[in-house]
Design a protein around this ligand. Structure first.
Ligand SMILES: [Fe+2]
Ligand SMILES: [Fe+2]
Length: 327
């Protein structure tokens, strides 16, 4: 058995683009189509694991087109197991709009009124393409899918094959082989304070389910590992300075999983590759392999095409600017 891990595909349907959107806005779709078609053709592996941010804007049109690509891979005889993440349910906007989006997202954006024309000031868009009127720049405002919808929409890519699931957290476990089990842990939906550094990425109920599943794997003599969207080991120190949801991915969660008996995690989100290790106080080791984003292949898209070295440089500048000394 061989498997491939890909992440952060950020598929964007052409139907989400507004008039005048730059040609490179279509690259996300083109890259995805090319990659998925080659995944369908290859026999280098028999399973594909995708660790979230499947679509760019979470709109249903993108999800439905993306599912067609996944079906092509599945029809070639491969298993496809996916996780959804923040971009899959958070907010919808066209490419041109996204460039200047002035609003920061919140914990449950599908309940917000951003999609209501009466509550959104289009004039606040800062990067509209030249020569277009305000009206021409406004893409159709589309509500993103909800987590519940995604759980149903993607059922055929993991959930239906799972021998165990924890539905409240949209997580499940599949057997890649009789003795190789994979936990697909959705760490995006939890009813906890996102700004609290001590908040776990998974609900207490989910952690209990993980513990039970690991115990079951041990009893069966199976190796068990996990996939999740956000890295558990910060790939660069600045990662800890990020927004609320990032602050949740702290080393203690990695320690917790290591102590539960999970030695290996594949994650995504940062769009660059990294391998990090965490050792718990009890001496248990967890290895976190962060998978680069497919969207990073898009050269012109600097917003999502960053490289680990450029993040490290920016981080260094930040610390110097803050008056930190190098020694
Ligand atoms: Fe992403
Ligand atoms: Fe992400």
């Amino acid at each position: 058995m061989k498997f491939a891990v890909i992440s952060d595909t950020h598929y964007l349907s052409d139907s989400m683009l507004c008039p005048g959107a730059p040609e490179d806005a279509r690259l996300k779709k083109k890259i995805n189509c090319a990659v998925f078609r080659s995944l369908a053709k290859t026999d280098a592996f028999d399973t594909v694991l995708i660790t979230g941010d499947l679509t760019d804007a979470g709109d249903e049109a993108s999800h439905r087109e993306y599912i067609e690509l996944l079906r092509e891979v599945k029809e070639s005889g491969k298993h496809v197991y996916v996780l959804t993440a923040t971009h899959d349910f958070q907010f919808s906007r066209s490419y041109a709009m996204k460039k200047g989006w002035p609003v920061s997202y919140q914990a449950h954006p599908w309940n917000l009124a951003w999609f209501d024309k009466d509550h959104f000031d289009y004039r606040s868009i800062t990067a509209k393409p030249e020569g277009l009127s305000d009206a021409e720049c406004v893409p159709p405002l589309v509500k993103p899918c909800t987590p519940e919808q995604l759980w149903e929409l993607y059922a055929e890519f993991g959930r239906d094959q799972a021998f165990s699931e924890f539905a409240p957290d949209y997580s499940y476990c599949v057997k890649l082989e009789e003795k190789i089990w994979c936990l697909m842990l959705n760490n995006n939906f939890r009813d906890v304070d996102p700004m609290n550094n001590m908040s776990p990425s998974y609900s207490p109920g989910c952690l209990r389910w993980i513990e039970e599943t690991v115990r079951e794997a041990r009893a069966e003599g199976a190796f068990i590992f996990a996939c999740t969207h956000h890295p558990l080991v910060p790939p660069v120190p600045a990662y800890k300075l990020g927004g609320g949801d990032r602050n949740m991915r702290r080393a203690y969660v990695a320690h917790m999983l290591a102590d539960l008996g999970i030695p290996l995690v594949f994650s995504g989100h940062t769009h660059f590759a990294d391998v990090g290790f965490a050792r718990s106080d009890r001496g248990n080791l967890l290895c976190d392999i962060t998978t680069p984003g497919l969207a990073s292949l898009q050269k012109k898209n600097v917003r999502y095409g960053y490289h680990r070295d450029s993040v490290l440089c920016a981080e260094l500048r930040f610390f110097l600017a803050m008056g930190y000394s190098l020694c």
